[in-house]
Structure formats: structure tokens, C-alpha cells
Design a protein. Structure first.
Length: 112
């Protein structure tokens, strides 16, 4: 794999169920840790949602590898936060044969 420049700090987040105070549970995002990432846009599209048009941009996000099951290893269903930008992780795979890096295929949504 060519040289990878991990130049952005990202926060890895996962959904967690918390008590809602009325006997039920609510879902909220919980921070799992900080990762250094390289962000590469791969394409986008405009889709119609309930609230209006939403721009969806696909990204390939590279980060250092972590063992399966480790808290710092991204998984589908989690998200990465870079500043105010949110990237929902759809898939994760090893980026190289040496197992040094992971590639996350993610989507960013923005109201158009």
C-alpha cells in the first residue's frame, strides 16, 4: 500500500441505549475513542428525504488497524465525527496485506 497520511483527528462513536427517565430507553451516541484518519471522497448524490433534499457523499476513510473486538476498531453501524461532520460507517476491511491499516466505507449526509 502506498504511503498513507493520517492527518485528521476523528472521534469514533457508537449508539448506546440509556434510560429515558420514563421507564424506557433512548438511543444516543457515545464516544469510544480518538483516531487519526485520511479522508478520501468517492462520489455523491442528491436524494429526497422526508424533510427535503439531502446530499449523500461516499467516503473512503483510512485509519490504523486494531484487532477485531478492540474498542478502537471501527465497525459498521458506528460513526466518525470530524469537527461538525458525521460519517456513518457502512463497511470496514483491511486496507493492506500487512494488516497495518483499515478502510472504512462511509456516507456523510448534509441537508441540501
Amino acid at each position: 500500500m502506498k504511503h498513507v497520511r493520517l492527518n485528521l483527528s476523528a472521534i469514533l462513536e457508537a449508539r448506546a441505549l440509556v434510560p429515558d427517565g420514563a421507564g424506557g430507553q433512548a438511543s444516543q451516541w457515545q464516544e469510544l475513542g480518538q483516531l487519526w484518519v485520511a479522508l478520501n471522497p468517492r462520489g455523491g448524490r442528491l436524494v429526497q428525504a422526508e424533510g427535503g433534499a439531502v446530499a449523500e457523499t461516499r467516503h473512503r476513510i483510512t485509519t490504523r488497524a486494531a484487532p477485531v473486538g478492540h474498542a478502537n476498531r471501527p465497525e459498521p453501524g458506528q460513526r466518525l465525527r470530524v469537527g461538525s461532520r458525521l460519517f456513518h460507517i457502512k463497511a470496514v476491511h483491511e486496507a493492506d496485506f500487512d494488516g497495518r491499516f483499515l478502510t472504512c466505507l462511509a456516507e456523510e449526509e448534509r441537508v441540501a
